[in-house]
Design a protein around this ligand. Structure first.
Ligand SMILES: Nc1nc2c(c(=O)[nH]1)N[C@H]1C(S)=C(S)[C@@H](COP(=O)(O)O)O[C@H]1N2
Ligand SMILES: [Mo]
Length: 199
């Protein structure tokens, strides 16, 4: 017995990469609740609102000129696949909220082309935890994966990473999004296996 546990010790001392109940996926599944919208970049904008009132807005070109991060993260879907080491390029939500009165708000809802929404506590979008991502694997983000731009919140289940995101609405009160209204967890931390209400 001692020999076996010594043999496995090296692996056990590493950070675990697979949250409870997840399996490793090598492909990149597409999960969309509707058809893939096609955006016209000439008229595309990303807007931050507070309770619906505009605080700031960027055109596609303006977004490209903001400082961007390149990051490699594991992503975890509530349907139980985990994909390791996905590489992204995008603008952090911290950068987008700079100079805006975001401290006054505790929650946010992401709004997308096609009508999808998802809600998050604002503290989970700040502090280097979330991006508006437009690059994947060295190229532009493919439309089926949320291009031209999607929210990327890799530390939460992937339904929080809203594809085709166009607006982030800051709120005082939490407001459930598309899947959250249908019974998915309001936070969705894969390491605590928060899949559904009450998890
Ligand atoms: N706008 C929009 N964003 C969305 C979804 C969606 O249906 N519409 N599905 C969510 C879910 S459930 C998952 S798992 C991921 C899937 O992203 P992918 O298709 O790039 O794998 O997108 C999330 N973001
Ligand atoms: Mo999902």
């Amino acid at each position: 017995m001692a020999v076996i546990s010594r043999g496995f010790r090296g692996r056990r001392e590493q950070e675990p990469r697979l949250p409870p109940g997840q399996y490793l996926e090598r492909g990149f599944p597409v999960l969309s609740a509707g058809p893939t919208p096609r955006a016209d970049l000439a008229s595309w904008t990303f807007t931050v609102t507070a309770a619906g009132a505009e605080l700031a807005s960027w055109t596609w070109d303006e977004l490209q000129r903001l400082p961007a991060d390149d990051l490699v993260r594991d992503i975890h879907c509530v349907t139980k696949w985990t994909k390791l080491d996905t590489s992204w390029r995008g603008v952090s939500v911290d950068t987008l909220l700079e100079g805006l009165p975001a401290d006054e708000y505790r929650f946010a809802v992401a709004h997308c082309d096609g009508g999808y929404t998802t809600n998050l506590p604002l503290e989970h979008l700040r502090g280097g935890q979330a991006w508006v991502a437009y690059g994947y694997d060295g190229g532009p983000l493919a439309p089926e994966h949320g291009g031209p731009a999607r929210l990327l919140v890799p530390h939460l289940y992937f339904w929080k990473s809203a594809k085709w995101v166009r607006r982030l609405d800051l709120l005082h009160e939490d407001q459930p999004g598309f899947w959250e209204r249908l019974g998915y967890h309001e936070l969705g931390d894969p390491w605590r296996e928060q899949r559904y209400w009450g998890d």
